[in-house]
Design a protein around this ligand. Structure first.
Ligand code: DGL
Length: 278
């Protein structure tokens, strides 16, 4: 059996497109409705209450569009608000990016020492440490908030000297702790993979939560016999919605998903949320 309904993916902004990219690579027939809350990004330095509220608003907008699976692509929302979302959303399975990244770390660490980098909210929540130690309590997990990475990515400084210096500043401390895996616990960080790998050296394996989340989504859809039928060009039939649209966003989005990305549409999240709550 197949299910041709789309997968809903949301993020605080652009970064969740790294999850969408992995979904298309793994399941090219799947249609996605992507919502990036670009008007309110970043979420990573906000209070838990605000992150929960924004996450639920994003989720509800997508739930109103008849999706078969909801993915909170934002590590910050996944860290702080996933339980809250699953309590409020009953119409479709909801997954975040933390569990898949944590499972990958447990499988890959030989030294049983894992580093995690993310936003302030993600690291303060210890979400990855809890998820990893729920599987194997003996694994040591060291977190490091890297708040400057997100603006560097948004600026397109993927291989800039400033990015190298910033990476050294954040990561040297983690390297001294003897980790052998580093989880990129933020949607934006896969875009800095090159600089981060150069900084930590090849002895430390980088784990991209986006990739592992796409695999988890594929497993769920396979289990529920809900994969899209063959013969669909998933990317071309997908929708990309943002709460604020700038030419800069379009450029970065096309760089990530290709020049043939369908038109990006601006929506008014507040109006839509009020509509849904009526
Ligand atoms: N999407 C966020 C995350 O993965 C990064 C950007 C933000 O702070 O909103 O944590």
């Amino acid at each position: 059996m197949n299910d041709s309904r789309p997968i809903g993916v949301f993020d605080s902004g652009l970064g969740g497109l790294t999850v969408a990219r992995e979904l298309f690579r793994l399941m090219p027939n799947e249609r996605i409705i992507y919502l990036g809350d670009t008007a309110r990004v970043p979420y990573g330095g906000r209070s838990e209450e605000t992150i929960r509220q924004y996450g639920l608003q994003d989720a509800r907008v997508l739930m109103g569009m008849d999706i078969k699976l909801l993915i909170a692509a934002c590590n910050t929302v996944s860290s702080v608000a996933l339980d809250y979302l699953t309590r409020h959303i009953k119409e479709a399975p909801v997954i975040g990016v933390v569990q898949p990244g944590a499972k990958a770390a447990v499988l890959r660490t030989a030294e049983r020492k894992v580093g995690v980098v993310g936003t302030r909210a993600t690291i303060a929540s210890s979400s990855y440490a809890k998820a990893i130690q729920a599987i194997d309590p003996d694994i040591k997990v060291y977190g490091k908030a890297c708040p400057l990475f997100v603006p560097l990515v948004e600026e397109g400084f993927f291989r800039h000297d400033i990015t190298r210096l910033t990476a050294q500043h954040y990561l040297y401390e983690l390297m001294d702790l003897g980790i052998d895996c580093l989880v990129l616990g933020c949607t934006h960080y896969p875009l800095l993979m090159g600089v981060i790998q150069e900084t930590v050296g090849t002895r430390i394996q980088l784990l991209d939560s986006a990739l592992w989340t796409a695999k988890e989504a594929q497993d769920i859809l396979t289990r529920f016999e809900a994969l899209a039928p063959a013969g669909v060009d998933g990317l071309q039939e997908s929708k990309f919605l943002v709460t604020d649209l700038t030419p800069h966003f379009e450029t970065l989005a096309r760089m990530l998903l290709g020049q043939n990305l369908p038109k990006i549409e601006k929506i008014n999240l507040e109006e839509l949320t009020e509509e849904i709550q009526k």
